[in-house]
Design a protein around this ligand. Structure first.
Ligand code: DC
Length: 231
């Protein structure tokens, strides 16, 4: 049985996460939140004080081994489309969404050996009937064979505004200028890195969500996907 793979790539704050979860529910497909894997790895390495010494070969090997053996679990709730995330059996759902862990993830994601260590784990998510894969390099590197490739983008300013709202809703006290600067720094690192940089695949359908609400983007995606997948 062929597994239908739909990739949604784009920068953080473009609405990818929410849309990928909605699409997975709509099509009853599995969901891969690859950013969460990088966040979990960043958190795991910081807990073991390995993040600042990744130039050291021994520590890098140790970190790659941690990446391959990460003890993680995604628990999805069909009713809410929310997913709980566990690292070593401890719930870290909210912790991995903090700015600090986002920063750890971005550092980890720039290291080729660590990206490779997460490659197979990501491929393993492709199971029948299908997968919605959310990330930066889903279409270009992890699932180049995907039947549908979507690249979702938005201006840095609108992404910062959404991020501030999301963090305030989680009870965090945040400042828009700091968040905007963080987003710009992360964009720079994600687009400039030598391995699997953030960019649209040549055959991707590009959507700019700067002036569109989630529902409008969702409808646009469903129309595009329905035209491109065999039913
Ligand atoms: O999507 P996110 O904000 O949760 O991703 C966290 C970091 O991980 C971000 O800086 C980019 C990186 N990442 C990546 O390099 N490749 C992916 N497929 C997913 C995320």
């Amino acid at each position: 049985m062929t597994v239908t793979i739909i990739t949604i790539d784009g920068p953080s704050g473009s609405g990818k996460g929410t849309l990928a979860a909605k699409l997975a529910q709509h099509y009853q497909f599995h969901l891969l939140d690859s950013g969460a894997l990088y966040r979990l790895l960043g958190l795991a390495l910081s807990q073991q004080n390995l993040l600042d010494d990744l130039d050291d070969l021994h520590r890098l090997q140790q970190s790659a081994s941690i990446a391959q053996n990460l003890n993680i679990c995604f628990l999805s709730d069909d009713a809410t489309t929310k997913t709980r995330v566990l690292l070593n059996d401890i719930e870290v759902t909210e912790q991995i969404r903090t700015e600090q862990v986002g920063e750890y993830a971005s550092r980890v994601a720039a290291i080729p050996v660590l990206r490779e260590a997460l490659y197979k784990r990501q491929r393993d998510f492709a199971q029948a009937p299908g997968l919605i894969a959310d990330g930066r390099d889903m279409a270009t590197t992890i699932f180049p064979e995907a039947q549908v490739k979507i690249f979702l983008t938005a201006s840095a300013q609108s992404r910062a505004e959404r991020r501030v709202k999301q963090l305030r809703d989680m009870g965090m006290d945040v400042n828009i200028c700091t968040i905007l600067a963080n987003i710009q720094a992360r964009d720079e690192r994600d687009t400039q890195r030598s391995v699997a940089p953030l960019k649209a695949a040549e055959d991707a359908y590009v959507i700019d969500s700067s002036n569109l609400g989630i529902e409008a983007v969702f409808q646009q995606m469903v129309q595009y996907i329905d035209r491109h997948i065999a039913k």
